[in-house]
Design a protein around this ligand. Sequence first.
Ligand code: ADP
Ligand code: MG
Length: 669
Amino acid sequence: MIPSAGLPLTALKGVGPALAKTLERLSLHTFGDLLLHLPYRYEDRSRCMALNLLEPGHTALVEGEILRADIVIGRKRALRCVIADGTGTLSIRFFHFNRGQESVWRPGRWVRAFGEARHGPQGLEMIHPDCRAHDTRPPPPPPGLTPVYPTTRGLGQLRIRSLAAAVAGLEWPAPSGSPLPDLIRLHRPEPADSEETLRQARERLALDELTAYHLVMRHRQSLRAHQTTRALPRGPQLGRALLNSLGFELTGAQRRVVREILEDLTQPTPMLRLLQGDVGSGKTVVAAFAAVRAAEHGAQTAVLAPTEILAEQHHASLSRWLDPLGISVVLLTGSLPGGRQKEVAREIAEGRALVAVGTHALVQSRVEFANLALCIVDEQHRFGVHQRMALREKGLQPHQLIMTATPIPRTLTMAMYADMSVSVIDELPRGRQPITTRAVPTTKREEVMRLLRQVLAARAQAYWVCPLIEEGEIPGLAAATTVAAELAAELPEFSTGLLHGRLSTAEKAEVMSRFKSGEIDLLVATTVVEVGVDVPNATLMVIENPERLGLAQLHQLRGRVGRGSRPSTCLLFYAPPLGAVAQARLATIRETQDGFLIAERDLALRGPGEVLGTRQTGEVGFRVADLGEHAHLLPTALARADELLAAGDPAIQVLLSAWAPAERGASNV
Ligand code: ADP
Ligand code: MG
């Protein structure tokens, strides 16, 4: 974006290989990356709060003279100092300290601390605040808000803050219209800046970024319009044979989207179509019709799934449907034995395999296709702008069908996928039973167990989903391993299985196939079952700690049941008390099964307060814009991009080089 934005962070003083590795975990490689790594909130450390005004729950900057400092032996050894500022007193407690520190906290010295006040054994206290000791009363704190950054294990807030301040403090050349002044200001707020002025600066950046995004989309659209690829006209009616062998009727919506897709394929311009359909709406079979069309011409289809379990499942469904038509479907995943991988790669390279199913790694790998004509990407709930870019970089120009189970609010679809055509499956296959959804607090476990026993006794199956694999990773959250052991002991008459991300692919596949065959009655799992798993005989879904999951994820999980002919139940087994946002989320899930409505609510609920840890921008690929917060800017950004293009405005160049340096060519739309 700027001449030296590409400098590696190791060029900064104090950044060695170890720190660079830690920074990489946050995808921070260059100066430019760090400039775009924005604070997610600010703290006001510019004024000290009088101790008599401090209340429990306040996070504030305070200072005072040390009256006493003692080692106290309670349940844990602690160093406690009591400070006074003339208006009141406060205890500060440290559990981790060494000899050196004991002498730092001497009566008569001063302390300035920033932290959260709470009730302690002797009045108000702060535990391990950010603090420093001074010989005398310290000078007034520097003005301006203090940024707080997203960070990662092994990288303290002070460290990342000083790195960001160092980079933002360099003398950056900033051509007019450049985002730099705003970026720098977000890292180093001016004394007069308030949270509101900073929010506005961020919004200006978000608008620029979204505008750049639309410029790129327009560019791609025009590129594609000029590209040619292999046209796949109507063939010898293998599609009809598939239709007749399915064993079910397509829904009206499926028939409509199949027609839309097949019509695109007859054109010599590459298709780029988004297929939206809620969980269980039957997208896979739609994909099968597209693959059959390609196969009729002896052309190949790649099917990319987000996980190996899902790739295996797609492979199973597609082979079941296509093998009888003489179309060979292969599976290529990283966990196949090396010999088998080579063999499959050869079948693909020689064009003997007409349909190749794999994870996204399939595109990244060095597999060569003999004549790839169609690429089907099952994104499930990821918007994956990145994977689409990866395909482009490979220089492949096949027809592309992107399937997503995230019903995207219409307002967003228009804006986000301006470069794509969109098909929507808005109808579930007939005979689907509604799912009853209830929230049950963990204090009423017997209620859950009663229903579970009833379901299993009726020869149906159940899922029990936990957020963690092992106990203790995060206190207070249910761990699949522990829960599975408990349930197995409690329900000796049924068989319990365990599925989580640390099992090998072969182990996962085995557990899944035993669950599918009904050999396992109760599957205790982490959210790995979220994606695409299809077992129609499962009628109960218990979700532990649903308060920790996003709406889209809860909706996906619930979609694992309600796939057969029996009514299903989803129990949100939450740990009380619930925060306001969690309450609103669970209410939404209870009230509706309409994925589109859920998506709209998700957008509205994902306020800035929830941003910590669940930042959605990464998924979409934006650096600054956050769709939860900035969705309202999308129409403006779209209009602005079109205006700039119509006028051939030089600002286009500035926007693109700042936000999409790889797409400079996009200015020649
Ligand atoms: P998703 O859209 O979530 O990927 P799937 O493609 O996995 O859904 O389909 C869910 C289940 O519904 C599968 O078992 C599939 O075979 C079945 N199915 C798809 N279409 C129909 C239909 N029209 N009638 C009955 N069952 C269908
Ligand atoms: Mg699916």
